[in-house]
Design a protein around this ligand. Structure first.
Ligand code: 13P
Length: 297
């Protein structure tokens, strides 16, 4: 009997397979706190959009731990009557221990990022995770090559993925494949010009499965669309929501609304409201670009 902590969370397998078949990409949005999670879930529900909530190891530590996150997400799914498909995913899990801990706590999807290891070691550990996950209804993401830049302490040199490795990883039975294709975490530097579509095409021909575009913030729309047409079925976004939240919060503070004691502008529920709204607006904008907006059945 497959085990899953909560009937409402689903793994990401069906979502990304559907997206791969119909040439769109599901949005993976990194969450940082209650407000973030609530805003993303509300936006997903209002627009009938399937969504993947990503938590980096840094965010897990920040929020208290995996049990807190599973409890918070499951609670919101019930309390907000969320009916669209939602997956709770470990982003860039650096160790098998962490991936297993998330699965046992109730995550419905995990990424084991063995890109910092020798390739043989990456394969060995990914295999071990697949074996472990067999009795759970979770999806598994693995990575070849690496994503440039830094994401919550995970640093990559941005090596392009190797098609032979993509084929071998796919044959292990993973559900989603992340690969270095010239993508970078965080803000794209001014010298950056383009994703490597040649690499993406070779990788897709080799693995023929849903692939992930990490570093999804700030990539020009034409490149996002082209990447989707070449097999990208999941796009990870963290920085762009953080920037939207920052801009809206800055506006509130610059307007000195937090100093309006009569209106209780200091109340955190008021202070964070514009940021939460900005997260929802950015979610809508990006999911329209990715083509997953309104795609929940
Ligand atoms: P950005 O912060 O560049 O959007 O990247 C997010 C990401 O890839 C998470 O895995």
């Amino acid at each position: 009997m497959a085990k899953i902590y909560h009937k409402k969370l689903v793994n990401a397998k069906e979502m990304v397979n559907e997206a791969h078949k119909n040439k769109y990409a599901v949005g993976h949005f990194n969450i940082n706190n209650l407000e973030w999670t609530k805003a993303v879930l509300q936006a997903a529900q209002e627009s009938k959009t399937p969504v993947i909530l990503g938590t980096s190891e840094g965010a897990i530590k920040y929020m208290g731990g995996v049990k807190t996150i599973v409890g918070m997400v499951n609670g919101l799914l019930d309390d907000l009557n969320i009916t669209v498909p939602v997956s709770l995913h470990l982003d860039h899990g650096q160790s098998l221990e962490m991936a297993k801990k998330c699965i046992e706590a109730g995550y419905s999807s995990v990424m084991f990022d063995g890109s910092h290891l020798a390739y043989e070691e990456n394969i060995k550990k990914t295999k071990e995770l697949i074996e472990f996950a067999k009795s759970y209804e979770v999806s598994i993401e693995a990575e070849i090559g690496s994503i440039g830049g830094e994401e919550d302490g995970v640093v990559g040199q941005g090596e392009l993925g190797d098609p032979k490795q993509a084929k071998e990883m796919a044959s292990l039975g993973i559900d989603i494949l992340a690969a270095g294709i010239g993508n970078i975490h965080g803000k794209y530097p001014s010298w950056w010009k383009t994703l490597s579509f040649e690499t993406l095409e070779e990788l897709q021909n080799a693995c023929k499965m849903p692939m992930v575009l990490h570093g999804g913030s700030g990539i020009p729309q034409d490149q996002v669309k082209k990447a989707i047409s070449l097999g990208i079925s999941k796009i990870n976004v963290n920085t762009e929501l953080q920037l939207s939240f920052r801009d809206a919060t800055r506006k509130y503070i610059e307007a000195k609304k937090d100093l309006d004691d009569n209106a209780k502008g200091f109340d955190p529920r008021k202070l964070m409201a514009p940021g939460a709204q900005a997260i929802k607006d950015t979610f809508n904008e990006l999911t329209k670009m990715f083509g997953c907006y309104g795609k929940a059945k």
